[in-house]
Design a binder for this molecule. Structure first.
Ligand code: BLA
Length: 243
């Protein structure tokens, strides 16, 4: 279902000079306990970003997922790129979330970074309708202009491919502008906010239960903490040594 989206993402990262780097031992691939699902992940080194991860989950008709998060360098306070696309084949249900995930929720920050996403939000109302979040707080690390839809085949087939391409282009535009401008939040504070994003996400991620049922608890815990949200492992000691 999301293979063309995955390909497009990887191509666009490559065009921007991205190079694949190794995923921690044992986490790049896993086959589910029942043998019917596989999860595969990639890690990219991209100029301007300190980390860019991509994951594809293929559990046949029951679930297809494309998930990606890009963390800008600490000297750039632009939002984190967040992509979470899910397709439940049996019920033909789409959950699509595309956002520039803000480090802080203030108007000046929004004015600096969100003109592009506001344009997309207005251009794709059919992908911008969903407001209800069960697992997350919409005012924490989500923007008011996220593309968020719980929809069906119509949205998945028609709008999503167009919106997705426009969304990626828009994020690269933002990256280009941010590199030319000045970052107003201090690097140490950007670092603290990105770490806090990982801690928050690791606590709330609605995928954890799903991973446990497919891949078992020990693999899933490692995957969540070491690959999806490694900042969640930051503790006082590493903070002390890192500065
Ligand atoms: C929801 N994401 C979900 C759900 C699942 C996943 C199973 C619940 C589906 C539902 O609401 O019906 C799946 N999340 C995953 C998977 C991974 C993951 C497989 O992290 C990892 C490989 N989630 C993100 C990112 C964003 C995001 C980067 O990981 C930001 C764009 C958003 N996912 C997001 C939101 C919801 C969601 C907003 C709805 C949650 C809610 O209702 O509170």
């Amino acid at each position: 279902m999301f293979d063309p989206f995955l390909k497009q993402l990887h191509t666009s990262i490559r065009i921007h000079g991205g190079q694949l780097i190794p995923v921690p031992e044992g986490l790049a691939n896993c086959v589910s306990i029942n043998g019917k699902g596989t999860i595969k992940s990639w890690l990219w080194q991209v100029s301007g970003f300190r980390r860019w991860r991509v994951t594809r989950l293929d559990a046949g008709d029951s679930l297809q997922v494309l998930n990606s998060v890009a963390y800008p360098d600490y000297n750039n306070d632009q939002p984190i790129l967040g992509i979470d696309l899910l397709w439940f084949g049996r019920t033909k249900k789409l959950v699509a979330v595309l956002d520039f995930q803000p480090l802080v929720q203030d108007q000046h920050y929004f004015d600096r970074h969100f003109k592009g996403l506001i344009g997309l939000h207005n251009r794709f109302p059919e992908l911008s309708r969903e407001k209800t979040m069960r697992a997350f707080d919409p005012q924490k690390y989500f923007s008011p202009w996220l593309l968020f839809c719980r929809g069906g085949f119509e949205q998945a087939n028609k709008s999503l491919p167009i919106a997705y391409k426009a969304f990626l282009d828009c994020y690269w535009d933002l990256e280009e502008k941010s590199m030319k401008g000045t970052s107003e939040i201090e690097p140490l504070e950007v670092r603290r906010l990105q770490t806090s994003y990982d801690i928050y996400s690791a606590e709330r991620d609605p995928a954890h239960g799903l991973f446990v049922s497919l891949f078992g608890k020990s693999w899933s815990d490692r995957f969540l903490n070491e690959f999806l949200f490694p900042g969640s492992l930051h503790n006082q000691t590493s903070e002390m040594f890192d500065h």
